[in-house]
Ligand binder design. Structure first.
Ligand SMILES: NC(=O)c1ccc[n+]([C@@H]2O[C@H](COP(=O)([O-])OP(=O)(O)OC[C@H]3O[C@@H](n4cnc5c(N)ncnc54)[C@H](O)[C@@H]3O)[C@@H](O)[C@H]2O)c1
Ligand SMILES: O=c1ccn([C@@H]2O[C@H](COP(=O)(O)OP(=O)(O)O[C@H]3O[C@H](CO)[C@@H](O)[C@H](O)[C@H]3O)[C@@H](O)[C@H]2O)c(=O)[nH]1
Length: 451
């Protein structure tokens, strides 16, 4: 089948490469000409495991192409996927300008029947807005051409994006035309082989399903962070609690890792946008507000411990920071907890030496030359002359480091672990002062309430 995809970011590029890989002809369109030039040269602008190989292979076979010419894009595919960004607007609601710009473009250029598939995360009612924009653009051209607008939210995770797309838990499709539903079922059939994962529903429900999924996952994380905050105040261990509740199959082990709060380009903006939608419809979404509030505070939790340890005297101290990406296996730093941690440390006049296995380029483009901040090339050099190490992102390579080397490099052996990746008993044996999330530091019976 012929597929056009507007937007060549995390979602558009992965979607394009995966559809091409199962034999479709795919044309990816992006308004960012530099990005398209790089993609044409075989350069992938983002770090996503496996994507380089998939894009290179399918480009070589001629099934995956790139253009910044939107007219070419509209003419090409029966399916016109919209996979552009929907960032938060000033009041937190989703900014639809890119989605509607694509709708305008399609309406201005289409000459035959198209299926417009919205893969961007958008508030309920957006498909109707897209449809109105198409009608109005066609009206201006004095044309009446048939089309369908479908909602097909994407559930992939960065870092696992290809596996998530190729073997999805489900494919949600909001569609009101039975024939179009069957075409989409056929399009997704290669990813739907072991059992039926194709879930068709009305368009509004599909749009809301996406927000409900992200809000539920974010709720699990904030809930667990709240339990962690209670645990450390009453002298309990959140890691034991995690095992104790995760083993209940009704709760499950996934998305109950406490830490420094959720970040990334999705949970923060989507919880906020759902809360705004709800507000606009006269309903006060109190759970969502609490999820956000807990998450906001959680990003400060490790800095509060650092400040408490150093008795609020961070001036003249140097902190080594491991992990800048919002989670492992990505270079994405959008809403990354590391940014909050960095800002707090720098504004407390600490010096920071930061390292990440893949996000150094991204960090340089965000911070440039920032006073007090050194972006360094190895995890070892981050430690040099530092007074403490902070773990912000749980990259595999940080899980079993050379602790003797860490001790030698740090002026005092202190680790603040924002992801609970080390064993407190081992840390004690090795002679570290060790702080983590939701567990008391060894030797302290009940943690003093922090801040
Ligand atoms: N990143 C994720 O893990 C993820 C997962 C599921 C859903 N989503 C949702 O998918 C959407 C896209 O997210 P993303 O992370 O891929 O965004 P992104 O910012 O990585 O990429 C968006 C791309 O769209 C391009 N673009 C903007 N306007 C355009 C236009 N008019 N025509 C063509 N291209 C245009 C931009 O240049 C950019 O390259 C968002 O709604 C997001 O919430 C993201
Ligand atoms: O137990 C956990 C699990 C995750 N996180 C944090 O939650 C954030 C989001 O993680 P993750 O969900 O793995 O990454 P995303 O790539 O943002 O993916 C989410 O957002 C996407 C965009 O909407 C959805 O498509 C995915 O299904 C959804 O998992 C990260 O900061 C993680 O560190 C925790 O703190 N504890």
């Amino acid at each position: 089948m012929k597929i056009t995809i507007f937007g060549s970011g995390y979602v558009g590029l992965v979607t394009g490469a995966c559809f091409a890989d199962v034999g479709n002809e795919v044309l990816c369109v992006d308004t960012d000409e530099k990005k398209i030039d790089r993609l044409k040269e075989g350069e992938i602008p983002i770090y996503e495991p496996g994507l380089q190989e998939l894009v290179t292979d399918n480009s070589r076979k001629g099934r995956l192409r790139f253009t910044s010419d939107s007219a070419e894009g509209v003419a090409f595919g029966l399916f016109q996927f919209i996979a552009v960004g929907t960032p938060p607007g000033e009041d937190g609601s989703a900014d639809l300008r890119h989605v509607l710009a694509v709708a305008d473009t399609i309406g201005q250029k289409m000459d035959d029947y198209k299926i417009i598939v919205d893969k961007s995360t958008v508030p309920v009612g957006t498909a109707e807005l897209v449809s109105k924009r198409l009608l109005s653009a066609l009206g201006e051209r004095g044309l009446s051409i048939d089309y369908d607008v479908v909602s097909n939210p994407e559930f992939l995770k960065e870092g696992d994006a290809i596996a998530d797309f190729m073997k999805p838990d489900r494919v949600v499709v909001g569609v009101d035309n039975p024939r179009t539903k069957e075409l989409l079922r056929t399009l997704y059939a290669p990813f739907n082989r072991s059992h039926d994962r194709f879930i068709a529903m009305d368009i509004r429900s599909a749009e809301l399903t996406k927000y409900a999924a992200n809000a539920m996952l974010a709720t699990k994380i904030s809930f667990m962070n709240e339990i962690a905050n209670i645990a450390e105040r009453v002298g309990a261990d959140v890691e034991a609690i995690r095992l104790g509740i995760g083993s209940d199959s009704r709760i499950g082990f996934s998305f109950i890792y406490p830490g420094l709060g959720y970040g990334g380009s999705c949970f923060p903006k989507d919880v906020q946008a759902l809360e705004r939608t709800s507000h606009q419809h006269g309903y006060d979404a109190r759970i969502l507000q609490a999820v956000e509030a807990v998450n906001y505070e959680q990003k400060f939790s490790i800095v509060k411990k650092i400040k408490q340890h150093f008795k609020n005297e961070l001036s003249g101290k140097t902190i080594a920071l491991w992990g800048l990406a919002f989670k492992p296996n990505t270079d994405d730093m959008r809403e990354a907890p590391s940014r909050r941690v960095l800002e707090e440390l720098l504004s407390s006049e600490a010096k920071v030496r930061a390292y990440d296995p893949v996000a150094m380029g991204e960090a340089r483009s965000i911070y440039g030359k920032r006073e007090g901040l050194a972006l360094v090339e190895t995890s070892e050099s981050a430690l040099r002359g530092a007074d403490a190490l902070v773990i912000v992102t749980e990259w595999m390579v940080f899980r079993s480091p050379d602790f003797e080397m860490i001790k030698q490099e740090l002026s005092t052996p202190i680790i603040f672990d924002g992801r609970n990746i080390y064993d407190p008993d081992l840390m004690e044996q090795l002679g570290f002062i060790y702080y983590s999330i939701g567990r008391m530091p060894k030797g302290i019976e009940v943690y003093e309430a922090i801040g």
